[in-house]
Design a protein around this ligand. Structure first.
Ligand code: PNS
Length: 159
């Protein structure tokens, strides 16, 4: 079975993430979304909330699974029996760091990275930007799934 991992923080998932996951799901038998548990960074959403949202908005794909991981991405890939990581590239500015990580990951464990050009509709999009705009009352409905928008509005009312 050809498996790929789409890793990230997903705090929260955006339409840009979904574009990459959806396209990867057509290329691989199974796609595993790996949500990084990063103890040194507090998110707006807990890991469980991020996973819940991701499961909800990817349910229709049929071959996408959502898991969390801590530590090295290559160890997660090994545990999931996935030889490939799929990453979206929004712009040249993403490339430097992504290339470093891809080269490190192949050196560490032979895990390959496939870069997918982001749909230009989402080339400016990031979870941080969505949170920033939403926090100040901007309309982010075109950039995140409705279910995520509802949770984001609720969370921002609480903070
Ligand atoms: O959505 P993000 O925060 O940009 O995702 C970054 C992520 C999770 C892909 C990256 O930080 C990562 O792979 N972290 C796992 C730790 C690791 O393997 N570090 C070494 C990378 S070479």
């Amino acid at each position: 079975m050809r498996r790929a991992v789409c890793p990230g923080s997903f705090d929260p998932v955006t339409n840009g993430h979904l574009d990459i996951v959806g396209r990867a799901s057509r290329l691989f038998d199974e796609v595993i979304i790996g949500v990084l548990i990063n103890q040194s960074k507090t998110g707006l959403f807990t890991i469980d909330e991020r996973i819940e949202m991701l499961r909800e908005v990817t349910a229709a794909y049929g071959n996408v699974r959502v898991e969390s991981f801590r530590g090295l991405l290559v160890d997660f890939c090994r545990a999931q029996q996935a030889a490939v990581v799929v990453k979206g590239l929004r712009a040249v500015s993403d490339f430097d760091y992504e290339l470093q990580m891809a080269q490190m990951n192949i050196g560490l464990a032979g895990v390959e990275t496939l870069f997918m050009p982001t749909n230009p509709l989402y080339s400016f999009l990031s979870s941080s930007l969505v949170k920033e705009v939403a926090k100040w009352g901007g309309d982010v409905s075109a950039h995140i799934p409705d279910a995520v928008g509802e949770r984001l509005a609720k969370r921002l009312r609480q903070t």
